[in-house]
Design a protein around this ligand. Sequence first.
Ligand SMILES: [Zn+2]
Length: 471
Amino acid sequence: MESTQLEWLAAVDDDLDSEHLDWLEEQAEREMLAKEEHGEAEKASDPTALVDSAEGPVGGSSDDEQDGVSDSDIVAILDDLETVGILETLRRHVVRTPERIVPLLAAFGIILPGSMLSEARDDPLVLLPLLKMVFTRILRQRKKLPQYNTVDDVLELLRNSRRIVLLCGAGISVSCGIPDFRSRDGIYAQLAADEKYELDDPSDMFDKEYFLRDPSMFFSFAKAIYPANFEPSRSHRFIRELEEHNKLLRMYSQNIDTLEQKAGIERVLQCHGSFATATCTEPSCRYHVDGEQIRDAIMEQRVPHCPRCQERQEATVRAAKRRKGWDDDNDDDDEDETPVGVLKPDITFFGEKLPDAFDRAVFADREQVDLIIVMGTSLKVAPVSDLLTHMPPTTPVVLINRTPITHMAMDVMLLGDSDVIVDYLSDRLGWTQSGKCIEPQSTIHAWLFPGGDTSVFDHKSDDDNGESQEE
Ligand SMILES: [Zn+2]
């Protein structure tokens, strides 16, 4: 196990993505759970305990020099990363004192599996590639581009850009009546409230293992999210307009509602799959069908069994009967039964890999993109949330969403109902004449349209002015 981890570390290049870190974290979490089962809960529930047990006390909360890494060290390292680059930073701060690698990783929030830590105790340098990747990641975090701030800047960008990447989420389909997953009245909240399903975690509805164990649960519910009678929103149509003006490089959609197709958008990648097709769950079969074929089953809330599997099973049974010459009782029939798969919609469940097309598309698009528009998503769900880190930091990013994004730098934020905002933009570009132009209000580089939620900012300014207001 340990050697595999180290082999893995040696093999990875600088191109760290959150999947690698998630993998590490998962290993560490598993160890904690295993420890808890063995009655070491107290020690294990503290994430630093893992580090402590292998390396003695390390930095984090304390600024003690003993820990090897102080807050001022971190500041100096971040500063050097910016000014002299990764290799020189490593040379200055790490190479001669490799014992600092583990505390540094901890300080940057990387929790390592204990097996890896004990291996690193003898030779901390084995963790150097990981630290290098963490530094790469820090450097790749995009910074706001100072030249883009106003609605006019956005219009200018829209006029001049030819290869726009759209990152879209549930927000563009809410006005179509499609329920959101994570909002207060969203699908997960409804599932949690519904005693019928008895789910520990509502997202288990989309867990592959649960599905394989009992597909009837999913099919009793799928009707609620099936995109039957929904029409595309104004936001979908705006994206189609971009495509018609030869400006759309690709739309990455987190939605599974296929409203992109309904709106006529061709250059779309459904990152989480869709109901447009379905595939047999039986690994030896994998029969692939058009989503229409399971539509009735979904509407009638029954499990669509795979017709090809059924055919094969019937043929096997017939052949077995012929062999036995019809005179036996059919008591052996059970033994001949081959499993019949279920036609599962090609939406990506938890525990399933994303379509390969996603990685290929990101790789191709990063070379060409000249504007990124984030629309109807808060960029909190992978993989779309990671997409920005793979795009060039010099590409301008415009947010169109009800709520602001604060965990990543946006160049201009148009806050409000995305349908209202795209109406405005489209009118100003002269593409449409909806006559619905409502001039937005500005707060620095965020522009407020009807429906915008700026409570994040309000909260912040309350804090800032709290004392003076009381007086
Ligand atoms: Zn099948």
